[in-house]
Design a protein around this ligand. Structure first.
Ligand code: HEC
Length: 306
């Protein structure tokens, strides 16, 4: 297909294919970057799950001074004191939310939330990405979903309801008084064992595809690539295309029997490291031999005519 195309055209094509290969390499790098982000997000989700399991291993935790966020409370009397201390009970979900809020206020660039579509606590409502992730996880039966979205990497890991969860998230009639009293009886119920209850959602700062591309290919890099192309084309034209065109012209004139004076030091050229000069020298010698042969045959022709 390309046999009859010029050397410059083929070279330009080769250059473009090399650039495309560079692009392919870039997309491989991007995959590596995404895998790295996903493993960071997984680590964060693992830590939060471990914290939740820690709270769950005690059946919840008791804290002081937590008037705004608790499941149930009780007065606790220390020996010898007439004044009670009020203790507030927190279950794993509530503790995870407070942990998440605390991380949210901190300098940590990575954030997380435990969210659902129809949450018991409106503060745990899923945003657009999270609702989409819950749908994909539920319909695809997949355990996790992650996506590089602008300058963020967003990750979601499934949370499944186990039998023990259904006490509070099943039929509101079976739910503890404390839960109904604080959260009402409409949201966060109606689940069965094995249902997707929500997701652990992790957000990491990331660089978008365009940002990375912009950083990799700034004006300097583009100028360097174009500069290389222009330089290579110039070199190709001067060292290959022009000499070949010149030699072609000479061979053409020789084929028509023209006398040609080659203005070059033949011996010097035949020893040159430059392949084009050596070819020129060979053509020049060929011309010499042809001239000798022609003279020889002419002489014989004249002799036999005599
Ligand atoms: C003692 C009752 C109780 C049990 C048992 C319980 N939860 Fe919850 N769950 C709650 C409460 C209360 C909240 C809201 C906490 C808050 O204020 O953020 C909640 C919140 C959640 C949320 C966040 C979305 C929402 O509805 O606000 C998820 C997800 C969740 N629970 C899953 C589970 C899973 C999975 C289990 C079992 C491993 C479980 N829960 C067991 C009471 C319970």
């Amino acid at each position: 297909m390309f046999t009859n195309r010029s050397i410059v055209f083929k070279f330009g094509l080769l250059f473009s294919v090399s650039l495309l290969l560079g692009g392919a390499f870039y997309s491989v790098m991007l995959k590596v970057y995404e895998n790295q982000l996903r493993s960071e997000a997984r680590t964060m989700a693992d830590s939060v799950n471990a914290f939740s399991a820690w709270v769950g291993s005690f059946g919840g935790v008791l804290t002081r001074n937590s008037e705004d966020s608790f499941l149930s409370k009780a007065d606790y009397f220390t020996a010898g004191s007439a004044n009670p201390v009020t203790l507030y009970a927190k279950n794993p979900a509530l503790s995870v939310r407070e942990f998440s809020e605390s991380v949210g206020r901190s300098d940590s660039p990575a954030k997380f939330r435990m969210v659902a579509e129809n949450p018991m606590n409106p503060a745990n409502a899923a945003d657009e990405f999270e609702r989409d992730a819950i749908n994909r996880i539920r319909s695809g039966g997949i355990p996790e979903f992650g996506v590089l979205d602008g300058d963020e990497y967003r990750y979601a890991r499934v949370i499944t309801h186990k039998r023990g969860c259904i006490t509070c998230h099943g039929d509101p009639k079976d739910a503890p008084e404390s839960v109904i009293a604080r959260y009402g009886n409409t949201n966060g119920f109606g689940f069965r064992e094995g249902d997707v209850s929500g997701i652990m959602s992790v957000t990491l700062p990331a660089k978008s595809l365009l940002t990375i591309a912009g950083e990799m290919f700034g004006p300097i890099q583009i100028a360097l690539i174009l500069g290389t192309l222009v330089f290579a084309l110039f070199y190709l034209r001067r060292e290959v295309v022009e000499p070949v065109t010149w030699i072609t012209g000479i061979a053409d004139r020789m084929s028509k029997g023209e006398e040609i004076e080659l203005d070059m030091d033949e011996l010097e050229a035949s020893r040159s490291g430059n392949e084009m000069l050596r070819l020129t020298a060979a053509i020049s010698r060929l011309q010499g031999s042809l001239a000798d042969a022609t003279a020889h045959y002419r002489a014989r022709a004249t002799r036999s005519a005599d």
